[in-house]
Design a protein around this ligand. Sequence first.
Ligand SMILES: [Zn+2]
Length: 698
Amino acid sequence: MSQITDEAENPLLDPWDGPFGAPPFDRVRPAHFRPAFDAALAERRAEVRAIADNPEPPTFDNTVAALERSGRRLERIDAAFSLLVGADADAALEEIEREIAPVLARERAAILLDEKLFGRVAALYDARDRLGLDAEALRVLERRHLEFARAGAALPAEKKARLAAISERLASLGAAFGQNVLADERAFALVLEAPDDLAGLPDSFLAEAAAAAAERGRPGERAVTLSRSSIEPFLAFSARRDLREKAWRAFYARGAGGGASDNAAIMRETVELRAERARLLGYASYAHFRLADTMAKTPEAALALLKRVWAPARAKALSDAEALQAIAAAEGGNFALQPWDWRHYAEKRRRARLDFDESALKPYLPLEAMIAAAFDVAHRLFGLSFVERDDVALHHKDARAWVALGRDGAPIALFIGDYFARASKRSGAWMTTLRDQAKLDGRVLPIVVNVTNFAKPPAGEACLLGLDEAQTLFHEFGHALHGMLSDVTYPSLSGTRVAQDFVEFPSQLYEHWLERPETLRRFARHRQTGAPAPAALIERLRAARRFDQGFATVEAVAAALVDLELHLIGEPGAIDVAGFEARELAAIGMPPAIAPRHAVAHFQHVFSGDAYAAGYYSYLWSEALDADAFEAFEQSGDVFDPALAERLERFVYSAGDRREPGEAYRAFRGRDPEPDALLRKRGLAAAQAGRGGDEGGD
Ligand SMILES: [Zn+2]
């Protein structure tokens, strides 16, 4: 029985009996994944077949709860694989990803298109009012039924087959898209050779550039890479306009270089297949299909929010552009402001107007202190404590693990942080889970991971964060809390498994506590002297958060509008996606010195899988929620107000998808969200009223 021998020799298929049941990463090799996937897929197939073929009439327990119990082993193997391929990929893992992505999509589609299975779920759904289910069980039944319906379970056989083929093809396209972007990022390094190449760059940047060069096999040199944490400070500080242009063009051209890693054909096919899928399911467009199952519910509602924000943001950006152009002119710069200039002159303007040098704050924001600050806020809001563990096998030697303890001192979760950039890690920052919380068969503790791309400091030195990076850390930790505090019965409702325009609410809300004096006075301390950051510096920092919000809002809303409009096309045919993007940007009056935060050719949210396809607006939608929610804390006079924190935990952070998101928000806030809080937060409400002066403080 070779199958049994394989299983016995494969640590992925053995029981995971190390601390907290974490994956045995110390023993796992890439070659273990394919046989483990195959065995776990076979196991789930058998479990699902048994549910569908059950001779007993359908009951909630033998059908819906049984589905919740199925595929657990596949889920945990997939979770371990996804973490590795995202955070420490090599050629072997990427090869497996290309192989397994379409298989997983096909198998999942087969379950959702299984007629006997859908028949049982549909029978229960039709009888749902008579089953005596509690609210959470009713919710999970409704969600399961909707999942089948949206996958096409009610369609005739030939349409089902077409949907399955589309899903499989889209999964392959999504994996290839992400790999192309990563290939372009790996291929580029701007090596700063001549002394003059370093003009304007602060020491902190030079140290990181030296580490980046060493990692790319060029020790003793300094390199700018296409990771955001390298490119953005370079664009802000470098006095060399020619080098800024070179770096920016490479950054902006990721996925659009015309060679083997060009994404144009992938985008074209993806958009066409998504539209076809929507048509098969009876929706006017892919955007209509996607948004039907969100808090916004319709593309019109999402567009209305984006357009409401666009006009004041654009007006603010255009007036800021004039101010930046004037600074350039005063220096003798005889050119029209370009995207590779904006950050540079904005940084000068910030220093002049706010006497605030972003890098002056860096010595006060060591990674270690910012982790402690994120933990402390969780303690003050939700009573959590964190204890570091060194006995958990982790996916990389730089990753760290902490056990999260609840108010009673009992463990509620394992938290893993993997903070440093490396060539084998995808860019950006994200939260993922190795196991989701559930209570269906006894209490399952979640294992939650945060991955970021902070530049690794030279050996023996502290990792110092920019303010944006500290904000990223808090953002991802907000997602992590959504996973760790989860307190639901059914795995499919657990943690961050909520509507796409609600999932960024807990993470974006958490960012607010970073820049509060209550947090910074305690945790922003100088890495060498231990002195707290000067109060005046913190005050300027808070004022600075509203600086350049015209730019930040324009680059984000432009990307969101392109994404939504692209997916509103009912019959895109062989569309030139980059050409569509250019026309859309012209139509909305994109300021010429600003580019979208993500150009389509490397817009991973939208094309590297479909997680945020027709969904990039979600960040802004969630921000409308977080701005409105944090105003509740501010208005209470205590940003850690215990009664509000309790409602926040009960209805949001612990609630998973137990309720419809609009209802959950109302339960927390006592009313619907008011979007004007978003304009106030970004300092755009004042600009709209013609009062200006966004940089002047609160
Ligand atoms: Zn997020």
